[in-house]
Design a protein around this ligand. Structure first.
Ligand code: C2E
Ligand code: MG
Ligand code: MG
Ligand code: MG
Length: 288
């Protein structure tokens, strides 16, 4: 195996192309064992308001540390889980764990700001009873829908627009928030976008990364922010790694951001210590 330095301050296992089908099967099997053994965890990355640097929420990101491979990126194992019929069970665990964590923070007297954002895979949208699963999971944990939100990728939504619209409508009526993740990468037409009942657009980090050096990316970011404003949607930029990006985004009218510049995904305890205790601390955002 090769190891690749990756985000989050640790090294993710990197499967070789030649590892192929056998390695994918092995990976799926080991992932199943890890799920059953309670060896998966969620890490939490803050989302901040660019005006005052305060946390306005967090994204829950799935983490798997395999004894042999080390950290395996969700970008590797989520697609495998989807192709092997495991995403339902995996997604249920993620939802349950996210709700349990929100509840645990609250029980510990920590004010969790805003919402905890959980990623839903495209296939989960197609699952029968997904709305009921989400309702039941929050209910079981004693967590209100106003504490939770879902991130759906733009490409995932496009797989079944009509079905997605119905689920999104129902969830929003229940009080959950919904963001379109990786926005700008999914080829959705404006006609579809207009019909999607979302609360927020999440600008994909591929546009944010070079927005200050590549004027096409800058234009795309500007366009998405304007589009969100005109459609009455909130907007957040992901992958913000530098102060200059944060400043530029704010100047363009984007008030929310997420990225290594503000904080990396961290285990619950570290996240809480930095962001929730004793009261939400302001991040080191420049005054612009
Ligand atoms: P995503 O939902 O777009 O999540 C953002 C990814 O960007 C995360 O990668 C995060 O660690 C990374 N990131 C955050 N800030 C920065 C930054 O400033 N620079 C860079 N270079 N990266 C940054 P991660 O955790 O590896 O997750 C990758 C993808 O895997 C996620 O993309 C999401 O699509 C999927 N994923 C992760 N957890 C889950 C989950 O629980 N369920 C599902 N269905 N998918 C998940
Ligand atoms: Mg996401
Ligand atoms: Mg994203
Ligand atoms: Mg992504």
């Amino acid at each position: 195996y090769r190891a690749k330095a990756a985000g989050g301050g640790f090294v993710f296992y990197q499967p070789e192309m030649s590892d192929g089908l056998v390695e994918r099967m092995e990976l799926a099997k080991d992932l199943g064992h890890a799920l059953a053994a309670g060896a998966l965890e969620l890490h939490y990355q803050p989302q901040v308001n660019l005006d005052d640097g305060r946390a306005i929420g967090a994204e829950a990101l799935l983490r798997w540390r395999d004894p042999q491979r080390g950290w395996v990126s969700p970008a590797v194992f989520i697609p495998i889980a989807e192709s092997r019929g495991m995403i339902g069970a995996l997604g249920k665990w993620v939802l349950g764990e996210a709700c349990r964590q929100v509840r645990a923070w609250r029980d510990a007297g920590l004010a969790f700001p805003g919402r905890l954002w959980v990623n839903l895979a495209a296939q989960q949208l197609a699952e029968k009873g997904i709305v009921e699963t989400i309702r039941a999971t929050t209910r079981a944990a004693g967590v209100d829908s106003s504490c939770l939100a879902l991130e759906l990728t733009e490409s995932g939504l496009m797989e079944n627009v009509e079905g997605a619209i119905e689920i999104m409508d129902t969830l929003r009526r229940d009080g959950f928030s919904i963001a379109i993740d990786d926005f700008g990468t999914g080829y959705s037409s404006l006609a579809y976008l207009k019909r999607l009942p979302a609360d927020k657009l999440k600008i994909d980090m591929s546009f944010v990364r070079d927005m200050l050096s590549d004027h096409h990316d800058y234009t795309i970011v500007t366009t998405i922010i304007g589009m969100a404003r005109n459609l009455g949607l909130e907007v957040i930029a992901e992958g913000v790694e530098a102060q200059a990006q944060a400043r530029a985004l704010r100047a363009l009218g984007c008030n929310e951001a997420q990225g290594y510049y503000f904080g990396r995904p961290e285990p619950a305890a570290a996240f809480a210590a930095r962001w929730l205790a004793p009261a939400a601390l302001p991040a080191t955002v420049p005054s612009t």
